[in-house]
Design a protein around this ligand. Structure first.
Ligand SMILES: [Zn+2]
Length: 393
């Protein structure tokens, strides 16, 4: 038997040692040694009281990815039995420096479950095949539609079936919005489209007041949220913009890096890190009458990459659990880490990692005694090189 601690009802935070839960554990369970993932899920439903008929659950393990005995916890999604057994075996072996099986459990209403089907091998965590599609040639109107769709999708946690006005960016007395975020987004895009600037006067959840950035212009908008915060409404619009908007091609203070990052998602998805700030500036200017600064475009690209592929830091943090998983499913695979010690015994600085898959080690015995080495420069935030060794038979 081995103990399992289950955490649910709160959220995961990043503490000094990585992923940590912000609520005490909900249940503990002495599990039989050969517990399967299906049996585990059944037990979780029983112990936590999560309604099995109305919810599915996402199970994440708290996994120690620290090297050389240090503690650095990551969340590792557990979707199927092989991964679950690997987690149990590695944790209980004590190799990872942490021998407690801790699970972060999230209940997801069945109607909006997005968890991958465990049987779908194409979605496996260990298989990631990417192809580079052709860059589509989109007309200006198509780009506006596609970009606006991204802005909407990334900002909404749920979709609402509401009647949209013919001009979805129009601001008028009495207009209802699904949320304060929806109102903010509309005001921002409305002003960017007009190439005017506003400034927020008050924003406290219940009241939202903005006015024109140009003090000579009297435009001002008041909005309020309903008591239960289920919707938001424009209560007053004072005056009309009389400020100048003849700044075609200049930057707009309301066009934030976050806004641009969502606008350029499709572009970055296709071109990746090779997408230049100049291309982003031109792309934005095709959709709106303003052009972000070079620095803003650069930061927006970094943010878009993070939206699409995760943060650089998080990606590097996945190396250790990824290679651990490879060693489990490919026994005989060798992994060597190179890292420097720091003043904190729990923190080491990553220098490099080398690995050889078990079949390659076996196959090398039959190869000629010549090794070719090739390298490619890593152009991401941390730089470095990826080397590959090739032998011939
Ligand atoms: Zn104005």
């Amino acid at each position: 038997m081995f103990p399992i601690s289950i955490y649910t009802g709160g959220s995961v935070e990043n503490g000094p040692m990585g992923a940590t839960y912000n609520k005490p554990h909900s249940a503990s369970y002495p599990a039989p040694d050969h517990l399967t993932f299906d049996d585990l899920k059944t037990k979780i439903f029983q112990l936590t009281g999560i309604n099995k008929d109305k919810n599915t659950i996402n199970v994440n393990a708290r996994w120690n990815a620290g090297v050389a005995g240090s503690l650095c916890f990551l969340q590792m999604p557990i979707c199927e039995n092989t991964m679950w057994r690997m987690l149990v075996d590695k944790t209980l072996s004590g190799d990872s420096g942490w021998s407690v099986v801790e699970l972060f459990v999230e209940a997801v209403p069945s109607s909006c479950c997005t968890h991958n089907d465990p049987g779908d091998k194409s979605q496996s965590n260990l298989e990631c095949t990417q192809t580079t599609p052709e860059l589509p040639t989109l007309k200006r109107s198509q780009r506006i539609r596609e970009s606006r769709k991204n802005l909407q999708e990334l900002s909404d946690e749920e979709s609402f079936d509401v009647k949209q006005p013919s001009d979805e960016l129009a601001l008028y007395f009495g207009r209802l919005f699904d949320s304060l975020d929806d109102l903010r987004r509309t005001i921002r895009e409305h002003h960017i489209r007009q190439n005017r600037n506003f400034v927020t006067v008050r924003s406290n959840g219940a009241r939202y007041v903005v006015k024109c950035l140009d003090l000579r212009c009297g435009w001002k908008l008041y909005a309020a949220s309903s008591k239960d915060r289920s919707y938001c409404q424009i209560k007053t619009i004072k005056g009309e913009h009389v400020c100048s908007n003849e700044r075609d091609g200049e930057d707009n203070v309301n066009m934030t890096t976050e806004f641009i990052s969502k606008l350029i998602l499709d572009l970055v998805k296709i071109k990746g890190d090779a997408c230049t700030p100049k291309e982003i500036q031109d792309f934005v200017h095709e959709v709106y009458p303003c052009t972000p600064s070079y620095t803003k475009a650069f930061r927006a690209k970094e943010l878009a990459i993070a939206h699409l592929f995760g943060e650089w830091k998080e990606s590097y943090a996945k190396l250790a659990p990824y290679l651990n998983a490879i060693q489990v499913v490919n026994p005989g695979t060798k992994v060597d880490w190179l890292s420097d010690a720091t003043a904190d015994p729990n923190v080491r600085i990553f220098r490099g990692v080398a690995w050889a898959f078990a079949p390659a080690i076996e196959g090398f015995k039959s190869c000629r005694p010549v090794i070719s080495i090739d390298s490619t420069i890593l152009s991401g935030k941390y730089g470095g090189r990826m080397l590959i060794a090739v032998a011939y038979d």
